[in-house]
Ligand binder design. Sequence first.
Ligand SMILES: [Zn+2]
Length: 272
Amino acid sequence: MSIWTKQGSLAEKFWQHGNAGFPIYDMHGHMGSHNAIYFKRAEAAEMVAHLLRAGIRRLVFSHHHVLFSAAFRNQQVWEICRSFPDTLRMYVGINPHYPEIIKEDLAQFEQWRPYAVGLKILAGYHLINVTDQRYEYALQFANERRLPVLFHTWGGRGGYNDGPSMLTLAQKYPGITFFIGHSLFGDWEYTEKIIKETPDNCYLELTAIPGELGYIERMVELVGSTRIIYGTDMPWFDEFQGLGGVLSAKISDTDIKNILCDNVERLLGQDW
Ligand SMILES: [Zn+2]
């Protein structure tokens, strides 16, 4: 037991028993191989085994092959989810370069529930801006049905400054629940603005943040723990690294539970 772990805390409970005593929701995952990296586990069965080891109740993911190729389709991802109904849920991956596929897939969205939870938009990787009209069909669709949409976002200069466009979108589509992937990493001005200047429809998602000392504390201070959700980008990052970062953050146990569990249950309920 670390001398820094508070007695009776959630962190202590987790280190001792391997679970926090409540369900944990990882709202940002992927699946499948990727040309940029070797993954220890990237297929459904081995990923699910690892999720269960870490006490994750649900992983909501988008498949790499859907995002980066037209040959693999969301329908196949739905089939994968059906094989692991207790653990896997999907974001329908949106590739803006294939408008016909977007229409075909979204026409099936209702049939893919409850496995399909929302949409995933990866504008930076597809080399267009998130405000580009090629996203409009999908965003309107999500707006009308009040769906969550997970966006890959990043802060900083150059092509990775997503704050201003995300703010514009979140104001334009109040029906969408915006999951701000990577929390506009490092852009503190817009991290605060996106929560305070939008109609309660934005949540900061933590992927890549738990590895940075002091970031979670600062986010909780800026916007409060009820507007932050947990995610890992699994298999890019490991569940235990993500959970360790959240459990070790110098925030209250109520804040930790909000981030890992309660905010998602408040949004989506317990039965999804
Ligand atoms: Zn991702």
